[in-house]
Ligand binder design. Structure first.
Ligand SMILES: C[S@@+](CC[C@H](N)C(=O)[O-])C[C@H]1O[C@@H](n2cnc3c(N)ncnc32)[C@H](O)[C@@H]1O
Length: 506
């Protein structure tokens, strides 16, 4: 087992990584975009060709940690001056005669910073990626996954509003906590896997981030502590309990019970106005409604729930996906594993499996707002910005009609209008309002709705604009209000219409 991070060693390692400029940008520059992209697909050979004669510290670190190559002791010593023996002792590196190689992965992690998010330049400590260059590697039960596409999706779904306390449930290599530490006063991270906790400890020490790490399952290690934000990318893969062995992705509870416990537990542990963001898979049962099942997970709580299903797979597609993810496609056990898995899903009465995002806000409404929807369309991340605005949007969308008519609204800056019709036709057949950020919602608008939305520039109250459009179109104003209000409320909910600064006009 990797030793706990000791401060003098970690500080010296941080200094060496800094001196070598071991960062995402410099590594991409060193390897070139094509070899770097190949590494992302687990192919090291393009990178090896580029680094052939390069003995710079940056090339040595990239060779050891990204290409998983061994380097000679003198090159390792130049890149990590005075640290090689201590890192071998700590089981971060291993030595074989004169050759030094990585035993765990240390890699730069960076994110671009879209509006509202801070950019990141950090190092992640995790287990080495298996299956490089087509190898079939046996992955240990306690394997600690690095930053996956699911990790970055959750990082972009998570709201980044300043909070007091945040929880990262199932921290793994610690990536979500690194993000949370940017905007939370205190971060607690849990994991059931001791190895994950140890590697996360290294991640936090290397990046000088304070996180309270706790061992245990789900909310067990937290007593009755409550949080302003909970994020989780839990082991949601629904697999047969007797074959489930990869702690990072699957567990032994039947079906989607673990996800249900994450969600129901979050509803009980959020502070007022607290939010939760969870990545998940869920069951569509052969009998019954999947949307009602998921809505039931927050029953008798005062939490709003928004479930977005991004993908729906039938059992065969699901099993293929996760067997391939475990590198078993070319394995002799493929057929038997596939059969056992399909039999298991059938025995649980599973028709298909949804994959997507679950967002919660402890809004404290008497009747919580529950939305469970399919949205398989293109989105523009970070969707987290949109979820941060959700409570305010839904307050406007359900506000009293008189208040809405008296309020000045503005059309959001990312909304564009598209018209569709025959070339040369005087009037369009369809008019579509389209968001270009976040969930990229679209709305088919009538000419009246489009005219009203187009006039919403934050200057005039909504009621005045509707009256003006009624005059222009010879409509009766009250009838027009009745006609357009459902659409306008929906546009408020989507964030296409937002209350202008100052809001209400009386
Ligand atoms: C998919 S990984 C997510 C890692 C990281 N948070 C991320 O976003 O990349 C799931 C993590 O949950 C942990 N885990 C598995 N079962 C758990 C449980 N019952 N309670 C808490 N954590 C658990 C695993 O060990 C693993 O580190």
């Amino acid at each position: 087992m990797v030793s706990p991070p000791r401060e003098p060693l970690v500080a010296a390692l941080r200094g060496a990584l800094d001196d070598a400029d071991y960062r995402v940008d410099t590594v991409v520059d060193l390897l070139g975009a094509s070899a770097h992209a190949a590494l992302g697909r687990n192919h090291t050979v393009p990178g090896r060709r580029v680094l052939d004669d390069d003995r710079s510290p940056l090339a040595t670190l990239a060779r050891m940690w990204l290409l998983q190559d061994s380097v000679d002791r003198s090159a390792a010593g130049t890149a990590l001056p005075g640290l090689v023996d201590e890192l071998v002792e700590a089981q971060i590196l291993e030595s074989d005669g004169d050759r030094i190689r990585a035993q765990v992965d240390i890699r730069p992690y960076g994110t671009d910073a879209p509006v509202g998010h801070r950019s990141h330049d950090a190092w992640i400590v995790c287990d080495l990626t298996p299956g490089m260059d087509g190898q079939i590697d046996q992955v240990a039960d306690d394997y600690v996954l690095g930053v996956s596409s699911a990790s970055t999706t959750l990082a972009q779904l998570a709201t980044r509003t300043r909070v007091g306390t945040a929880l990262d449930l199932g921290t793994g290599c610690g990536v979500q906590s690194l993000h949370l530490a940017e905007h939370a006063d205190r971060v607690v991270a849990t994991d059931v896997n001791h190895r994950a906790l140890r590697l996360a400890e290294w991640t936090f020490a290397l990046n000088q981030v304070r996180v309270d790490l706790r061992h245990g399952s789900l909310y067990e290690p937290l007593g009755d502590q409550r949080f302003d934000q909970i994020v989780s990318n839990p082991p949601y893969v629904i697999s047969p309990p007797d074959t489930a062995h990869l702690t990072y992705r699957e567990q032994t509870m039947p079906g989607d019970q673990l996800v249900r416990e994450v969600v129901a537990g979050a509803a009980r542990r959020l502070n007022p106005d607290g939010t939760a963001q969870v990545l998940a898979n869920w069951v569509h049962p052969v009998d019954g409604s999947w949307t009602e099942r998921l809505a039931g997970w927050v029953k008798d709580t005062d939490c709003d729930l928004h479930v977005i299903e991004r993908e729906l797979l039938d059992p065969a597609e699901y099993v293929e996906l996760w067997l391939a993810d475990a590198g078993l496609t070319a394995d002799s056990r493929y057929r038997s594993a596939s059969r056992a898995w399909l039999d298991h899903l059938a025995a649980l009465g599973i028709d298909s499996i949804g994959m997507g995002w679950i967002m919660m806000v402890r809004a404290g409404r008497e009747v919580p707002e529950i939305t469970v929807e399919e949205w398989p369309h293109r989105v523009m991340q970070p969707v987290g910005l949109e979820f941060a605005a959700w409570p305010a949007r839904s307050r406007w969308a359900s506000a009293d009609e008189d208040a809405l008519l008296a309020t000045r609204f503005a059309v959001a800056s990312d909304v564009v209008a598209q018209t569709h019709g025959r070339p040369g036709a005087t009037d369009p057949e369809r008019l579509i309002l389209q968001q270009t950020q976040g969930l990229c919602r679209t709305h088919h608008a009538s000419t009246a709705v489009a005219g009203i939305v187009g006039a919403c520039d934050g200057e005039l109250p909504l009621g005045v604009i509707i009256d003006a459009v009624a005059q222009l179109t010879d409509a009766e104003p009250t009838a027009l209000v009745d006609e357009v209000m459902p659409d306008l409320r929906l546009l408020m909910r989507y964030g296409m219409l937002t209350a202008a600064a100052g809001g209400v006009d009386r």
